[in-house]
Design a protein around this ligand. Sequence first.
Ligand SMILES: [Zn+2]
Length: 297
Amino acid sequence: MVQLAQTYPDKVTLVNGGPTYEGRPVNYLRVSTTNFQDLSKPVVFIMSLLHSREWIGQAATLYALDKLLINNTESDLINDIDWIIMPTANPDGYIFSHDSDRFWRKNRRFGSSCMGVDLNRNYDINWGTESSDSPCSETYHGTEPFSEPETVVHKKIFEEHQDRVLVFLDIHSFGSYVLYGYGNGELPPNGEALSSAAISIGDAIDAAKLPNNPNYTVGNLAQTLYPASGGSQDYALSVGVPYAYCLELPAFRGSTSITGFLVDPEFVEQAGYETWEGIKAGARFALNSNRMRKGIP
Ligand SMILES: [Zn+2]
């Protein structure tokens, strides 16, 4: 990320969004041909590794950076859109998943009985209704909404670019899903458009995916996978982001157990490639519908 900011100073700014619980920077890149100064441009915000063990998601964000900056063949994407890309949304958990426990999911908030808060249950949207109040649970929601420094960093990004974030993608694994809110099964007022864009994302990935992997399933989080509260895509919807999704990338070699989080070296580049196809489809769908709504040809 530092190298990209140094190599493309006219397009890339490295931002330290603030410290994690353990004091690491939550870094992200702003990618823009107009240095984020053209407020008429929509913003696409992509993050990964909110759940630290879901390593394959990072391949997708890094691949997106490659296609936007190093090997860009579709200039509309960088000319028409400002991008915020955060490859590691939960740095403390990610380091811990490397050093100590490969299957660590939460952040590293100290607890006398158990460590960590599930950051994807900690956002201030229906908080605490479909999550756990037990610190030892994998879905522990924390002591209050936005109790965790990492989710506060994400919240500030939405606040800073209010009304400009058109698409939000939180990339997880695993299970091959495009999911949208709300996590209690209710749909937002733009549910139909939200669903249509999700289908375009899923179709684009399916057209590029490996034959052995299943097609993506597209749907509302609660109706398709399970109910969940306090999630990032729900929070994004609640603050006015029209197109907010959780992507679940494919499992490791079709596994249905915890080993699904492992990374197949042969799949790393492919994961980036096929997810990028989905990201592009979603961004263009949103861009076009936004233009139509504003009456721009
Ligand atoms: Zn996850």
